[in-house]
Ligand binder design. Structure first.
Ligand code: PEP
Length: 267
């Protein structure tokens, strides 16, 4: 597993911005981060109604348009839901699956998460499968069990060749939107378990090529230390992605950390 993976930073805007501020933020992010797009995958996940305008702004700047969710059925009587074809129509390249707010606020279970993931892969979209333990589960010593279980359930029936489309985001629920970031060592320990599980489920090459993002209160001040960990291949960023200078600093930290890893490969 001595390879250096291309870093991947996502900005999850959640249910924030309005039409005007979404366009403005996308413009600012393009201006700030466009120069890093050759060295880092950078995705923006605006709310559904703004996908089209944000997509226009991202245009030819090499940033990826992302969606925060998708439904697994192709069409029909599913009021309020969005299909993979609709996302493809808008030039969406990557979709979040099983974000902790969808699991814990909206109530999605592992079966629905897996169905959505399979549908998105089938459609040719990149997917970011989000997993993570709650504080209660961590305190009960269940961190590894919960993450491996969500990982296995999410990847059920995913073919080895489809793993190229998959990124994992390890997002401890207690760290999301709380300002309470996991230590780089604690995050890296879970990333190691995730990678080992993928090696067991598929093979070493698949695990070695898999990008695992950390998410949970990543900001300009802590990104460098997190991304310095050989196991951490970038971040999924909520709050700090609404501030373009801060998002830029996070992307820059990912690029610089990857350059260092390339000079001194360890894991
Ligand atoms: C997220 O939305 O996935 C997230 C990690 O949010 P925040 O960075 O605000 O904790």
């Amino acid at each position: 597993m001595g390879m250096t993976r291309r870093p991947f930073v996502g900005g999850n805007w959640k249910m924030n911005t309005d039409l005007a501020s979404a366009v403005e933020l996308a413009d600012d992010v393009v201006a700030a981060c466009g120069c890093f797009a050759d060295r880092c995958d950078i995705a923006l996940y605006p709310p559904f109604p703004y996908l089209q305008v944000v997509g226009r702004t991202l245009g030819h700047h090499g940033l990826l348009l992302g969606a925060q969710d998708v439904y697994h059925q192709p069409n029909g009587a599913y009021t309020g839901e969005i299909s993979t074809d609709m996302l493809l129509d808008l030039n969406v390249k990557v979709v979040l699956i099983g974000h902790s707010e969808r699991r814990h606020v909206i109530g999605e279970n592992d079966e629905l998460v897996n169905a959505k993931l399979l549908a998105a892969l089938e459609a040719g979209l990149g997917v970011v499968l989000c997993i993570g333990e709650t504080l209660e589960q961590r305190e009960a010593g269940d961190t590894n069990r919960v993450n491996v279980s969500q990982l296995m359930a999410g990847l059920r029936e995913v073919a080895p060749e489809q793993m190229e489309q998959v990124t994992i985001a390890y997002e401890p629920v207690w760290a999301i939107g709380t300002g309470q970031v996991a230590s780089p060592q604690d995050a890296a320990a879970v990333h190691r378990i995730i990678r080992r599980s993928v090696a067991d489920l598929y093979d070493q090459d698949t695990a070695g090529g898999l990008r695992i993002q950390y998410g949970g209160s990543v900001n300009a001040a802590n990104a460098r230390d997190l991304f310095g960990e050989p196991q951490i291949d970038g971040g999924l960023v909520g709050g700090a992605s609404l501030d373009s200078p801060q998002f830029k600093a996070i992307v820059e930290a990912a690029v610089q950390a990857t350059e260092k890893k390339r000079e001194a490969p360890t894991a």
